[in-house]
Write a protein that binds this ligand. Structure first.
Ligand code: URA
Length: 245
């Protein structure tokens, strides 16, 4: 399959896509011995692509890594006995031939946001291992105003049915005044991964959730994606994540 050179370079972890464009513009990239021009495409499986006269490093991984902006109304599961839509329905045409893709962790049916999908079981296990303390950031709109005391409780740790939560980073992002009610948007960063943790933390301090969205997982953000869209990880993102393995 042919792809633009900057995409190939970035996927090999050579540089970001923008910086790879510059490498092409500077005439440092050749395809089958000919200096490439910006916009040129090549087939990494068949063409000899060189940077500064040296072949590109091998692909970072033979696995598939997708970053999905999960919309609310999908379950994070491979199948659903109740026939609800699953996150796999959104990436159907990217499931490797004869292979499978799995979500890394879960988001509730009603929660939207960053969800990584991969067939790399070692990375999945590493990212979900409690000892790794991978940061996950959520935004949540709650009904009404939020007192400083509640923010402090959330940040310090709240008692849930399965024990006290670890300290979290919590801040008020904005307050939105509606016609009859006020809502407050909070940002919370946690590193535990308990079931429905954020909803339970908010409920424990008496806050009613309007919506919940994960804005970041292990440093991966939603930028450039709309709900239901996905993209492959960039070479830089993948290089960083693979260090957790
Ligand atoms: N916490 C929740 O309550 N729900 C999610 O989907 C993720 C974290």
């Amino acid at each position: 399959m042919t792809e633009r050179l900057q995409k190939i370079l970035a996927a090999r972890g050579v540089a970001s896509r923008r910086a790879s464009e510059k490498l092409v513009e500077e005439g440092r990239v050749t395809v089958n011995g000919r200096v490439a021009l910006l916009g040129d495409k090549a087939d990494p499986d068949h063409d000899e692509i060189c940077l500064d006269g040296k072949p590109l490093p091998p692909a970072l991984s033979a696995h598939t890594y997708l970053l999905l902006y999960k919309p609310a109304g999908y379950i994070t599961s491979v199948t659903d006995p109740r026939g609800r839509r699953t996150v796999l329905d959104l990436v159907r045409n990217r499931i490797p031939a004869g292979g499978r893709l799995y979500p890394v962790g879960r988001l509730d049916y009603a929660t939207s946001g960053v969800l990584l999908l991969t067939d790399d079981g070692d990375l999945t296990n590493a990212l979900l291992h409690p000892g790794r303390e991978i940061d996950k950031t959520y935004e949540s709109a709650v009904i009404g105003e939020v007192t400083a005391a509640k923010l402090k409780r959330l940040a310090g740790g709240v008692r849930l049915s399965d024990g006290l939560t670890a300290p979290a980073k919590v801040r008020q992002k904005r307050r939105e005044a509606g016609k009859s009610t006020t809502r407050t948007v909070l940002e919370l960063t946690i590193h535990e991964g308990r079931n429905r943790q954020v909803r339970r933390m908010l409920a424990a301090v008496g806050l009613d959730v309007i919506w919940l969205k994960r804005t970041s997982f292990a440093g991966l953000s939603l930028s450039g994606l709309k709900p239901g869209e996905y993209r492959e990880l960039t070479g830089e993102e993948l290089t960083r994540l693979l260090q957790y393995k």
